[in-house]
Design a protein around this ligand. Structure first.
Ligand SMILES: [Zn+2]
Length: 301
């Protein structure tokens, strides 16, 4: 059994072939706007890869930005930044064309499923997953499955309000968690204060950690991250929270976040483990491949 897995983001589309042991046989990525002159560039890009590899896969798994009706495979919101992609019918388009089952879910949900089966949350039936990047994504994993909400839009932790009368968020509302806790907000703040563009990796280089301006910004950012996690701990009382986004591999950052969250929790919440995601940029593809393998089992019957 082989699965063609995609991970569709606003700037890049990753794809690869995964085998029956969920080993990634190969993976590549290309810019999301590779087919920008077509009616639906993401659909056309995936279609081209599915044609190129036709016969080499038994199912297709798609992890994608946006809110996804997992029963129908239709994107029904949240991808306004990708032209004409909203309302794309991924199952309805690809299943008849390629005669294989196609499973689709939101990218953070897929990342959580990937971590649950193959990564930091192996063996856990209940945990939360948050990703810190351009925004903040979230997923709720309960009783061994993603809790998706009544309209497949649950777990949008990035848009819970943490600041009354706060900053304007990209969603158009005020004071959202991601307007303070997103990695991009942090790197932008550091870059402005340092007078030069700096990415997360550069900021955490040892010589920069001696700079009081940078340390002050890191401290402020950790406080914002911890504030949202504290809220989530009181709502879900989780035993595990998995944090994704490349920058969370910084041990200094993760250690401080653990301390700051723990200091704000009462005893019955303090057992929560806060761990970094393990699958890195493969998490979405792995989760999508898992969903595709499950759909394939029913498809064959
Ligand atoms: Zn928002």
């Amino acid at each position: 059994m082989k699965i063609m897995a995609f991970d569709v983001g606003g700037t890049a589309i990753k794809f690869g072939l995964v085998d029956e042991n969920f080993e990634v046989l190969f993976s590549e990525e290309f810019p999301t706007d590779t087919y920008k002159d077509t009616d639906n560039m993401v659909l056309r890009a995936m279609e081209a890869k599915l044609k190129e590899y036709e016969g080499q896969y038994d199912a297709v798994g798609i992890s994608t930005a946006g809110q996804v009706n997992v029963n129908t495979g239709v994107i029904h919101d949240g991808v306004g930044n990708i032209p004409n992609y909203n309302y794309s019918d991924l199952c309805g388009t690809f299943e008849p064309e390629f005669n294989v089952p196609v499973a689709v879910d939101n990218d953070v949900n897929c990342a959580a499923i990937g971590e649950a089966h193959f990564g930091a949350a192996r063996g856990e039936s209940d945990f939360l997953c948050l990703t810190y990047g351009t925004g903040v994504g979230g997923a709720i994993f309960i009783n061994g499955d993603v809790y998706r909400g009544s309209k497949f839009a649950g777990g949008e932790f990035g848009h819970m309000a943490t600041h009354k009368d706060g900053r304007l968020c990209t969603c158009g509302r005020i004071g959202c968690y991601e307007a303070y806790a997103a990695c991009r907000v942090f790197t932008t703040a550091v870059s402005e204060r340092m007078g030069k563009p700096m990415n997360g990796r550069e900021i955490f280089e040892p010589e920069n950690l001696k700079n009081p301006i940078i340390m002050e910004e890191i401290d402020k950012w950790e406080d914002e991250i911890a504030l949202g996690l504290r809220n989530l701990c009181y709502i879900f009382n989780p035993s595990l929270i998995v944090l994704g986004g490349g920058i969370m591999s910084e041990e200094l950052l993760l250690g401080h976040i653990r301390e700051k969250v723990n200091a704000q929790l009462e005893d019955n919440y303090k057992h929560v483990r806060i761990e970094k995601a393990q699958l890195r940029n493969k998490a979405g593809m792995m989760g999508a491949a898992y969903l595709a393998s499950e759909k394939l089992k029913k498809w064959s019957k």
